[in-house]
Design a binder for this molecule. Structure first.
Ligand code: BDP
Length: 716
């Protein structure tokens, strides 16, 4: 090899290295698509682009289109100002006046502020494809959708796509602390580099905004619900305004958490009482200041009188009194309050499951019109499986925002492959029967748009400074799925998984079928090896990873959640027990209440069941539990086998990344299975059948495994 060739070789190695698939590009990789049928037709038909417009959002959309088309199709991106055959025309009726003369103009007018059309149409005798919206943000969303069609190998013929988001506020709730740590974050540190804001704006902020806009997320709460008052101080607001400036062109509004005691902590007042005129004035002035720095500020997210946070109840006032005070301050600017309904008493005699409903139901109708009450998806706390929160369907006069957790606090952190699309779908498609059959949680959320003119959904993301954003590559799918479901809560999780897999890996059917198989089974697998049959909250009490059904101290005990004895396991939450089943409309409540009708996956959530109870399978309860725990571990092994079939079919870097995490997941699954079963066995005194792989260690051993990633200790 001569010197020139060596240099060329090194250059090639360097560029290969540069383009290593480390996951940073998420689902916006824009790698050349295979030369399928559509590719040829596209190259022939749509060479030139007409895309006038100089607004920030249109420029952002154009950059995306440029990057997308040139990457995906490897053709030069050429813009033309005069109409030609086979053009792609992009814009609003303002930026492309031609659109005003078209038959589809009425259809454009019917779009919402964020909606768009993608059409094949003839304009002045020329065959074109148009991406049209009423607003610039609609255009940006349309461009992302169009690119997705190419990325996922969809036909571009006979396009007539009309999209309007079904929910208005689609918001990420970061639990990022101002010191750069992330509460329950498993992908490194916060991506907000407060030290260098507002002047230095990292490329990562733009890429974050692009990723969110590509799935329709239009708001981000920057800081933790366990808030620090100083986030509302002028110096911090100025920093937040730097992020708002980056996100604005992408249609993303910035929100902040508001600590209820802020008037005392940073405002020099001696109270935060919502009845106090000085306190009310303080909030009004603060909000005015915020809008002077961030003119499109979204509003506040508040955790009050929950887990030690201050709130209106400290002053004898209700959640509504507190929320309405903030709402009043925000209203003139169009700002919104998200008031969380995650509240529970620490007293052990009160069933935590019934608390949120009991506190909030009586306040239905008392909240101001720019307030959302925000329950988590289930009544406990982001468990691997919970029945839907009974406030959905239970507060017809108050718009609710549903809070999902994307970060896998109780689902193996960033170490386990768990696709949450199926969990989200299960919740959204649960029927509340609020207005008879078909009143799914999804419909309840959408219905607020009609009844109150606002609707919302929130997700606690898994985003951090890790190169691939989410720690586990498949964690990206959960961020993606949340966004797609926020846009349309009735989309199927399978369809979303397929789109993600196509964009993330390949359109190759043999790759897709394997990846999808893994994704679609993964959440049930996790439930099986951790908390099957309705068990919940038996994870390590601090880290929330790994088994600790034995945890028992005066403040917190897992025994409240499983109530294990020599005879039975499970909590009686029926009408004769804590009454949780009565919080649901019938027939849902009756179904949960009756052990015979109660879906098996919620059995121990609602019922206290004897070990020898006969299950539908014919097995007794003990054997059924054993069956599920073993099935879970077997399934992790199956997932490993399926993944290994992808060896050589996808890039080495991502293959190895997932393969090594799957080994870790297998070990943890065994830890869960053996730890839990050995502990339960101390009570049931029934055997693990001899034909099954027996636990390698004693219960004592599992009890003494030190818990890694102790976030509280780590971040002290
Ligand atoms: C729990 C988390 C805790 C959060 C809390 C919340 O463990 O870190 O602060 O939820 O949502 O699940 O407020």
């Amino acid at each position: 090899m001569n010197l020139k060739n060596i240099c060329l070789f090194l250059l090639l190695c360097y560029t290969q290295w540069l383009h290593a698939e480390n996951g940073y590009e998420l689902w916006l990789r824009y790698k050349l698509v295979s030369k399928g049928e559509f590719y040829t037709s596209y190259c022939l038909k749509n060479r030139k682009v007409m895309f006038p417009g100089e607004t920030e959002s249109l420029i952002a959309a154009k950059k995306e289109l440029q990057a997308g088309l040139s990457g995906l199709l490897n053709i030069p991106y050429t813009e033309e100002e005069t109409l030609e055959d086979n053009m792609l025309i992009v814009g609003t009726p303002q930026s492309v006046p031609l659109f005003k003369e078209q038959a589809f103009h009425a259809e454009i007018n019917g779009l919402s502020d964020e909606g768009y059309l993608i059409l094949n149409c003839t304009i002045k005798g020329k065959k074109t494809t148009a991406i049209v919206a009423r607003t610039d943000i609609g255009v940006l969303y349309g461009v992302f959708h169009y690119l997705r069609l190419i990325q996922t190998n969809q036909s571009l013929d006979k396009l007539h796509i009309k999209e309007n988001p079904k929910l208005k506020y689609r918001v990420l709730n970061h639990w990022d602390n101002l010191n750069g740590t992330v509460e329950r974050g498993y992908a490194g540190y916060s991506i907000w580099n407060w030290e260098r804001l507002p002047s230095y704006k990292e490329q990562r902020y733009t890429d974050y905004a692009r990723a969110n806009a590509s799935i329709g997320i239009n708001g981000t709460v920057l800081n933790n619900v366990n808030a620090q008052a100083k986030s509302l101080r002028t110096d911090w607001l100025v920093k937040a305004s730097g992020l708002a400036d980056v996100f604005r062109p992408y249609g993303i509004k910035v929100y902040l958490t508001a600590k209820f005691s802020a008037p005392k902590e940073i405002g020099g007042l001696n109270t935060a009482d919502p009845k106090d005129p000085q306190v009310r004035k303080w909030w009004k002035d603060k909000v005015e200041e915020i809008y002077s720095l961030i003119p499109d500020f979204g509003g506040f997210l508040v955790k009050a009188n929950s887990e030690g946070q201050p709130g209106p109840q400290d002053y004898g006032c209700s959640h509504a009194d507190g929320a309405n005070m903030l709402a009043e301050a925000l209203k003139p600017y169009g700002g919104i309050v998200f008031w969380r309904a995650f509240v529970y008493q620490n007293e052990r005699h009160v069933d935590r499951v019934i608390n949120g409903y009991n506190e909030f139901k009586p306040l239905d109708g008392e909240f101001a019109e720019n307030v959302f009450v925000q329950p988590k998806n289930g009544p406990i706390d982001f468990q691997p499986r919970e029945p839907f929160h009974p406030l959905f369907g239970g507060m017809p006069y108050t718009p609710l925002s549903l809070e999902f957790q994307i970060t896998q606090e109780n689902l193996g952190h960033a170490g386990h492959l768990v696709y949450l699309g199926t969990l989200f779908e299960e919740v959204l498609q649960s029927d509340t029967y609020e207005n008879g059959k078909g009143s799914t949680v999804s419909k309840v959320l959408q219905n607020y748009q009609k009844t109150h003119g606002i609707s919302a959904i929130a997700g606690v993301p898994n985003i951090g400074t890790d190169l691939n954003w989410t720690g586990h590559l498949f964690g990206q799918a959960n961020w993606y799925a949340f966004g797609r479901l926020a846009w349309n809560p009735d989309t199927s999780s399978g369809k979303i998984a397929e789109d993600w897999a196509r964009m993330t890996f390949s359109n190759d059917k043999s790759v897709l079928s394997l990846v999808l198989k893994i994704m679609m089974m993964s959440r049930e697998t996790y439930v099986n090896y951790t908390m099957p049959l309705g068990l919940n909250h038996i994870m390590n009490y601090d880290t929330h990873n790994g088994p600790e059904p034995w945890h028992d101290d005066p403040v917190w005990t897992a025994f409240d959640y499983h109530k294990i004895t020599k005879d039975s396991i499970g909590v009686n939450r029926t009408a004769k027990g804590t009454g949780a089943t009565r919080q649901y409309h019938n027939p849902v409540g009756e179904m949960f209440d009756d052990i015979k009708q109660c879906p098996q996956e919620y059995l121990l959530w609602f019922h206290r069941v004897p070990w020898n109870y006969k299950m539908a399978s014919g097995r007794n309860l003990w054997d059924e539990l054993v069956y599920h725990y073993y099935k879970g571990v077997d399934e992790v092994r199956q997932i490993q086998t399926i993944w290994n079939e992808l060896d050589g079919k996808i890039d080495r870097e991502r293959f190895e990344h997932v393969a090594s995490l799957l080994k870790y997941q297998e070990q943890e699954a065994i830890w869960w299975r053996d730890g839990c079963l050995l502990f339960f066995q101390e009570y049931s005194r029934l055997p693990i059948p001899a034909n099954l792989e027996q636990p390698k260690h004693s219960l004592k051993y599992y009890k003494n495994i030190p818990f890694p990633h102790d976030w509280k200790g780590l971040y002290k």
